[in-house]
Every structure is written in structure tokens, then in C-alpha cells.
Design a protein around this ligand. Structure first.
Ligand SMILES: *Cc1c(COP(=O)(O)O)cnc(C)c1O
Length: 412
């Protein structure tokens, strides 16, 4: 055997970074404390009580009365994949509302399922008008319409009011990836008419990545249970399978996961106990603050970031009317090396801001103010640091203007 590197025995002792990118962000200390609580057996009544509490706590957060509101164990992508693999069968036509990287992710997952994927697109930095989606639904006749709510890659938030009605009128179900907006921008799953909405903890909910809240309408639940195939090892007498095709993944089989979260408590995976504690604490913190206050705090933070960047003379990316409140893209000024600035921000100020993907790589930075980090002092410190780094790199700026403008915008 090769000798072990002595640094492997060092305790985990990460630097105290301020994570002001598009996620993950710093977890609320209450969430970290909840995660260190004692473990329970998965069918312990205390544990199943906690599971039921999580279901109740996440309904208002999703803006829904859906019975099936729970957690998928895994990062946000786990809930996206569980939704799509459980809704869609090979050969089904799916319409993807595509306006950024995560619209591309939906297509990639759907292609693996064998769906026929049709897209209705907007360039990065814009959203897709509702009438364009309506026309595409008419033309394509999809079984599922899939969209992202806020696409962090472009910082745009797709308006969703009316979309569920359009989908349902055409006999389709609506899936929404709300990972980047849940906890920071209004979730109105029922009003949108969304059949499945999924999230993650590591953005505006202010937790670590690794648990993905999900809500499922009764309409979608009927569709999923028609595909129920109970695992042989746990199948009891009298359990009959659905007539639909078996869901092509065991871990992400929503029918089995719903049976586990129901009073049947049919064993599937072992619920990730510490992550459930984290998700529960994220929800308690959010509901304690109040939904309106929470959304207003994110909007204030976004306003302050935008005002600060503009006061520096920088150009904010994307259509103002549809920008997410919790993450802001900004053009890297001409002649400035974006990665050098990010490195300087990290090394001199212990602050992380985001880079960008695809067509925006090297063109914009992304600055998030999400969850526990959507706080005035964190926004001001980040803007002050960015200004200092730009000035040090020889980029002329009006000194102090960003912080002044952000302080004003925070109040306004
Ligand atoms: C961040 C993000 C994800 C990320 O999923 P993870 O699996 O948690 O990394 C998915 N969708 C959107 C819209 C996001 O912003």
C-alpha cells in the first residue's frame, strides 16, 4: 500500500468564506446546529413525526395545499431527475421552456429517458413570452411542459402565472425547477397550476446542498401511481401494481418514495436523517421570518447589489423586468481579467463571487445575495471589496459610490 499523506489526518477547518455567488451560500448557523442532533431509526415514531412536520412546513413555502410535499435525498438535481423519470416515459413528447443552462439540463435528462424533446427558446438574458409557450403547446401537443423558474446561469426568472392552465387545457402536466428561487422569490405552485415543483436547500433556503424539497399535485400523483411497481422484497399480499410502464429508476421512483412518506411507510431508501433536520430548520427559519418579509429582504438585497454595481459604472446583465432578485449578473469591464478579480476577492477578502457558463463564460460575474447571505452588511462588504479589487487592477472607479448607492437602495 502507498503511504498516507499526513495532511489526511488534519481536522476539517475550512476558511470562513462569504459565499456571494449563485449558490451554494453560507448555511444559517441554526441549520448547522440542527444537523448535529442525534440520529433516529427511520421508523421511530419521533422520526416519522419529523417527516410529517417537514411535509407540513414545506406546503406554505411551495405555496400549495398538495398532500405530496416532501424531500428527495440528494441535491436539487435529484428531485429534477426523480420528477422527470417518474412523469415521462420513452417516446413521450416534452416541451422544454429553455432560456439558460438549466433548461439545457432538463433536455439532457429527458434525452436519457428517451423522450421526444421540443424546445421553445429565449436567448440567454431573456425569458420566453407566455404566448410563445402557448403557441408551442398548440403546435407540439406535449404530455409534459417543463420549465425552470429562476435560471441562475442567466439570472432570469420566467413568469409562470397562467402556464399551468395552458398545459392542463392541452392535457399536459407542468414541471417547474425552482431550485434557485425557493425561499427567495414567491413560490405559488397552486396558483401557477404546477404539477411538480422542486427545489434545493443551498440557495435561498440557506442550508447545505443534499436535500431537495418537492411538491406533487394530485393530478401528477395519479399519473405516477399508475406507474407504481412495488419492489419485490417489500411487497405484501394484496399490493397490486399500476397498469402503466415501470419507472426507469429505482432510487428516483416517486411512487415508491411517496409510499415511504405516506402512512404506509413502505421502505425505500433510508431517509437522510441529518439532511431532514437541516431541511426542517431551513423551513422553520423561513416561516418564522414570514414569507412576505423573506421575499422583501431578497428584493432589497438584489436592489442594493444592482444599485451598487451601477454606481461603479458597471453594466448589469439581462432584462431588468425579469431579473431574479437574488442573483445579479454583471459584465466584466473591458480590459479586466474576471478570474484575477475573483481570485483577489477570495484571497484578500475571503469572498466568493460567481463565474458564468456557456455563452456567458468570461463575460459576466454573478453575485448572489441568498438566504442567510441576503443581508445588508454582506452586500455592502461584497461591493466594497469588488470596488477595491477593480481599483487595484487599475480600473478607474468613483471611490465609495457603490457602497453609498447600495445603502440608499437598501432603504428605498
Ligand atoms: C443551482 C441550480 C440547480 C442545481 O442543482 P444541484 O443538483 O443542487 O447542484 C438546479 N437548477 C437550478 C435552476 C439551479 O439554479
Amino acid at each position: 500500500m502507498l503511504p498516507l499523506d499526513p495532511t489526511l489526518f488534519g481536522e476539517i477547518d475550512p476558511p470562513q468564506r462569504l459565499l456571494m455567488g449563485p449558490g451554494p451560500v453560507n448555511a444559517h448557523p441554526r441549520v448547522l446546529r440542527a444537523m448535529s442532533a442525534d440520529l433516529l431509526g427511520q421508523f421511530d415514531p419521533e422520526m416519522t413525526d419529523y417527516m410529517n412536520q417537514v411535509m407540513a412546513l414545506y406546503r406554505p413555502i411551495f405555496g400549495t395545499d398538495n398532500r405530496w410535499t416532501m424531500l428527495i435525498d440528494g441535491t436539487a438535481r435529484a428531485a429534477i431527475e426523480a420528477s422527470l423519470v417518474s412523469l415521462v416515459t420513452a417516446g413521450d413528447t416534452v416541451l422544454v421552456v429553455n432560456f439558460g443552462r438549466f433548461g439545457l439540463l432538463l433536455q439532457e435528462i429527458l434525452a436519457r429517458i428517451g423522450a421526444v424533446v421540443v424546445t421553445v427558446d429565449a436567448p440567454w438574458g431573456e425569458t420566453v413570452p407566455l404566448d410563445a409557450i402557448a403557441a408551442a403547446i398548440d403546435r407540439v401537443g406535449p404530455k409534459i411542459v417543463a420549465t425552470v423558474h429562476g435560471d441562475t446561469s442567466t439570472t432570469m426568472a420566467q413568469p409562470l402565472d397562467g402556464l399551468g392552465d395552458l398545459a392542463h387545457a392541452a392535457g399536459a402536466l407542468l414541471y417547474v425547477d425552482a431550485t434557485a428561487t425557493i425561499g427567495g422569490m414567491e413560490m405559488a405552485s397552486d396558483r401557477w397550476g404546477a404539477d411538480i415543483v422542486t427545489g434545493g436547500l443551498q440557495k435561498c433556503l440557506g442550508g447545505p446542498s443534499g436535500s431537495a424539497p418537492i411538491t406533487i399535485s394530485d393530478r401528477a400523483a395519479d399519473h405516477i401511481f399508475a406507474r407504481r411497481h412495488v419492489e419485490a422484497g417489500i411487497k405484501a399480499a394484496g399490493m397490486t401494481d399500476g397498469a402503466g410502464p415501470r419507472i426507469g429508476s429505482n432510487y428516483f421512483d416517486l411512487a415508491m418514495i411517496m409510499d415511504y412518506w405516506s402512512e404506509k411507510r413502505l421502505n425505500h431508501h433510508t431517509e437522510a436523517t441529518s439532511m431532514l433536520y437541516a431541511a426542517r430548520e431551513c423551513a422553520r427559519i423561513m416561516l418564522g421570518e414570514g414569507l412576505e418579509a423573506r421575499y422583501a429582504r431578497h428584493a432589497r438585497a438584489g436592489r442594493a447589489v444592482t444599485a451598487g454595481l451601477r454606481a461603479m459604472g458597471l453594466t448589469v446583465f439581462g432584462d431588468d423586468a425579469y431579473r431574479m432578485t437574488n442573483v445579479t449578473g454583471v459584465y466584466i469591464p473591458e480590459g479586466v481579467d474576471g478570474e484575477r478579480i475573483r481570485t483577489m476577492m477570495r484571497e484578500a477578502f475571503e469572498i466568493e463571487i460567481g463565474t458564468a457558463f456557456g455563452p456567458l463564460a468570461g463575460k459576466i460575474w454573478r453575485i448572489g445575495a441568498m438566504g442567510y447571505n441576503a443581508a445588508r452588511h454582506k452586500v455592502l462588504i461584497t461591493l466594497g471589496a469588488l470596488e477595491a479589487c477593480l481599483r487595484r487592477e487599475g480600473h478607474g472607479l468613483p471611490a465609495g459610490a457603490a457602497v453609498d448607492a447600495a445603502m440608499e437602495a437598501w432603504e428605498g
